[in-house]
Design a protein around this ligand. Structure first.
Ligand SMILES: Cc1cc2nc3c(=O)[nH]c(=O)nc-3n(C[C@H](O)[C@H](O)[C@H](O)COP(=O)(O)O)c2cc1C
Length: 494
């Protein structure tokens, strides 16, 4: 039987408390049967929960508050609804997966758990669900494909001192070589690099780029980055450089004439095929892009018409983490799927079967996250119709240009041409979320335009900051302020 655990928890809940709660709720059900853990967005970085997932060997997935709030639950709680924006995180998380609820919500001091039986078992037994399976892909096999997709990880640690057998590597390369490509041009090649001297040279290039990136970061973002491992060039027995020959296939490549970028898309898909096939073989793959591609080309003696697309470190690993390392370390977070799916045209967001709407601002409004300690960084966020050169010279500032005209400068300007106020609000939510995820704890918001779109952007920034559960102070809201006029504090969301 495949079980799913739905878990709601307060920040800082210990592994011990979670494990005791889960063991008591399982009451006779096999812990080994747990194949999935689901919680609400943002809690996946909780160390106690991460450890629980690792101890049960089950992947950890998250759902948005909005998704959870839409699930009917047998044991709703008005208090949880008020605090978490959904009537029961634990039960809703189980129901969302399509599982049958076996154990209703049980609570400890700081956490709740509910247990469900996943439909894959029901599906395997049910002729109705089996009938929906594609020909040649019984439900169980179909699920394995989705499992490989979900459990592929970018791996940089924990490589084993074990060579990769030739037949294993050949299978992986065959899968990579089966990738779709524009006009069947197959623009990729795979350079297999085992020689330590060559890998040392490549490692030196990556180290130089790492240092340059670190130097470009604000102090506390930099200390977070210092704790991250960004490559495993020397720890893996094999590196693979995936290249692209943009001229492959000659002049009349079907489908490339209108969009030459399709050649590079094709090579990138070959990398993804390789990555997935490697996962199924127990091989970890880490993609390293801390390079100036021409320098790698020089070390590998690539001909001038061939370009580097991906540099991969490959080796056997004992286990694959349940969530991306950047999520586990708190460096980044996943964007909810419902924000990325638009129905018919841009902006009508929503998952299949759900009435489309203003999902981003709706989610942000519904979120009443617990306020946690915010990052130490401060960012001056200047919302302008058109970015002014003087604004771009301020290193601590991020200029968001809401006007329709594409900015001339690439750096320091985030172009978010808002066509409506609603769109501006959504852009604002996303900008704030990205900043908070990057360790920003204070946003000093400056409106350099009095357009309705700029005001909408400001509203979205405040909404998004609050929704992230971080005490973000919108310190100043300046409108047409003379240079020597003191900033007027008009809003504080701390
Ligand atoms: C084009 C590309 C370049 C990447 N470059 C690096 C890199 O230089 N260093 C690194 O540590 N991870 C790199 N990654 C890995 C991403 O950080 C990783 O895919 C992402 O955090 C999601 O984690 P997951 O792949 O485990 O799901 C890269 C990924 C891609 C697709």
């Amino acid at each position: 039987m495949s079980l799913v655990l739905g878990i709601g928890l307060r920040s800082g809940t210990s592994y011990r408390e979670l494990r005791d709660l889960v063991d008591s709720a399982l009451a006779g059900l096999e812990p080994a049967g747990v194949t999935l853990i689901v919680t609400v967005d943002g809690k996946e970085t909780e160390p106690g929960l991460q450890r629980l997932a690792a101890s049960l060997g089950a992947p950890l997935f998250t759902a948005t508050k909005l998704e959870l709030s839409q699930q009917p639950v047998p044991t709703p709680s008005a208090q949880v609804d008020r605090l978490a924006g959904t009537a029961s995180v634990a039960e809703a998380a189980v129901v969302l997966t399509g599982a049958e609820l076996l154990v209703l919500k049980q609570a400890s001091a700081r956490a709740t758990v509910a247990i469900g039986r996943l439909p894959e078992d029901a599906a395997a037994e049910s002729p109705v669900n089996e009938a929906t399976a594609a020909p040649g892909y019984p439900v169980g096999e179909r699920d394995v494909v989705h499992r490989v997709l979900a459990e592929r990880r970018d791996v940089r640690r924990g490589f084993l001192d074990r060579p990769i057998a030739d037949d294993v590597l050949t299978r992986v390369l065959e899968s990579a070589h089966r990738a779709p490509s524009v006009g069947l041009s197959q623009p990729w090649d795979f350079v297999l690099i085992r020689d330590v001297a060559t890998r040392r040279k490549i490692h030196d290039l990556a180290t130089a780029q790492r240092d340059a990136f670190a130097a470009s970061l604000p102090a506390d973002r930099r200390s977070a980055f210092d704790g991250l491992k960004i490559e495993a060039i020397l720890e893996t027995p094999l590196n693979i450089a995936v290249t692209c020959d943009p001229g492959r296939g000659g002049r009349h490549v079907l489908g490339r004439h209108a969009d030459p970028r399709t050649t590079w898309f094709s090579a990138a898909i070959a990398v993804q095929n390789l990555w997935l096939a490697a996962r199924a073989e127990g091989l970890g793959v880490g993609w390293v892009s801390f390079f100036e591609p021409g320098e790698v080309a020089g070390v590998l003696d690539l001909p001038a018409h061939v370009e580097l697309v991906g540099y991969l470190c490959v080796g056997h690993v004992e286990q694959f983490a349940a969530a991306p390392e950047l999520v586990r370390s708190g460096w980044a977070a996943r964007r909810p799927l419902s924000w990325a799916v638009h129905q018919e045209a841009w902006g009508q967001r929503g998952l299949p079967g759900v009435e489309p709407g203003a999902v981003i601002s709706g989610d942000a409004t519904a979120a009443t996250g617990e306020v946690q300690a915010g990052g130490a960084q401060t960012v001056r966020l200047i919302v302008a119709e058109v970015a002014a050169a003087a604004q771009l010279e301020q290193a601590e500032a991020l200029v968001v240009q809401v006007g329709a005209e594409r900015p001339e400068a690439d750096y320091g300007v985030l172009w978010r041409p808002a066509r409506t106020v609603d769109e501006a609000v959504e852009h604002g939510v996303e900008v704030a979320r990205d900043l908070v995820l990057q360790g920003v704890g204070t946003i000093q918001l400056e409106l350099a335009s009095d357009s309705a779109e700029a005001a909408g952007m400001a509203r979205g920034v405040r909404l998004g900051a609050l929704a992230c559960g971080v005490a973000v102070t919108v310190a100043s809201l300046w409108r047409d302020r003379a240079p020597d006029e003191p900033a007027e504090v008009t809003h504080s969301s701390a």
